[in-house]
Design a protein around this ligand. Structure first.
Ligand SMILES: [Zn+2]
Length: 276
């Protein structure tokens, strides 16, 4: 399966937010998405990054707070639809969008893919589907980014049918075989947001990618097993679980440096895959 790592916009936040003891200076947090081109299941996405819909949905208060907390920069050529067009793909070609979690920077372009099925862990949607106003903001959720026909087109992961992950991914042992052929395995990454889903994917030349979404914001956090600031933890669904997940990624990275760990917002990681 061909895997292309892309980016649709970025927000700017102080480094200390992502890294305990980090600097006060603002650093870019790119909004990553990935394109999987599967020989049988066609082109599919992992998350979508930002879209102009983010600006529409944050025009008014209290949603405008999103813009203040995470000032967003987005170039037109970075929109997921435009980057796919540059690769000869139409939005309607996308057969599935795998959603790591429902924070705005991961789902802003969902509505652009009008033929895709939406795949996610049911507890992730359950945690946000009834949130509005200040509660939604605290959860990083903008309900207007969820398409009207979202539930009709949803294919939530069947959590009653887990699989055992290959031993190389220890300490992560349980997953979900999303396509039934072992090429894409979902992994629960608790802590950051309820029901956060990471993906293990086999690329060309047998490369292995582990898309870890926001289980860590920077590769450095995984390498140094270094949690984010106390302030950031206030935003997390379960800070203790977040810590355990981060330690798990650290252990996996040490044992298997050949597995590409891809945090969604790490500029350094994305630069190494030539995204812009
Ligand atoms: Zn998030």
């Amino acid at each position: 399966m061909k895997i292309t790592i892309l980016q649709a916009g970025y927000c700017t936040c102080p480094e200390y937010l992502a890294l305990q003891g980090g600097a006060w200076r603002g650093i870019p947090f790119p909004a990553m998405f990935a394109l999987f081109e599967h020989p049988r299941f066609g082109p599919m996405l992992f998350d979508t990054g930002y879209s102009y819909r983010f600006f529409v949905e944050t025009r008014l208060f209290p949603e405008r707070l999103h813009r203040w907390l995470t000032p967003v920069t987005l170039r037109e050529d970075q929109l997921a639809v435009n980057q796919l067009a540059a690769r000869g793909l139409k939005p309607s070609d996308i057969t599935r969008v795998f959603i790591s979690h429902f924070h705005a920077d991961h789902i802003a372009a969902l509505a652009d893919f009008n033929k895709a099925a939406y795949v996610y862990l049911p507890q992730a949607y359950e945690a946000v589907r009834h949130s509005h106003g200040p509660l939604a903001i605290a959860r990083g959720f903008l309900s207007g980014l969820v398409p009207d026909n979202f539930e009709a087109r949803s294919e939530p992961v069947d959590v009653n049918r887990p699989c055992i992950l290959p031993s190389e991914f220890t300490p992560f042992v349980k997953g979900y075989d999303l396509l039934g052929d072992g090429s894409l395995l979902a992994v629960e990454l608790p802590g950051h947001a309820a029901g956060q889903m990471g993906l293990l994917a086999r690329g060309l030349k047998n490369q292995t990618f582990f898309f870890v979404a926001d289980a860590a914001w920077l590769a450095q956090a995984i390498i140094e097993n270094r949690p984010p600031s106390a302030v950031a933890k206030l935003l997390f669904n379960d800070p203790q679980a977040y810590r355990a997940t981060l330690s798990g990624l650290h252990r996996l990275g040490l044992a298997h440096p050949d597995v590409h760990l891809i945090p969604s917002h790490c500029a350094e990681t994305l630069a190494s895959f030539n995204t812009q």
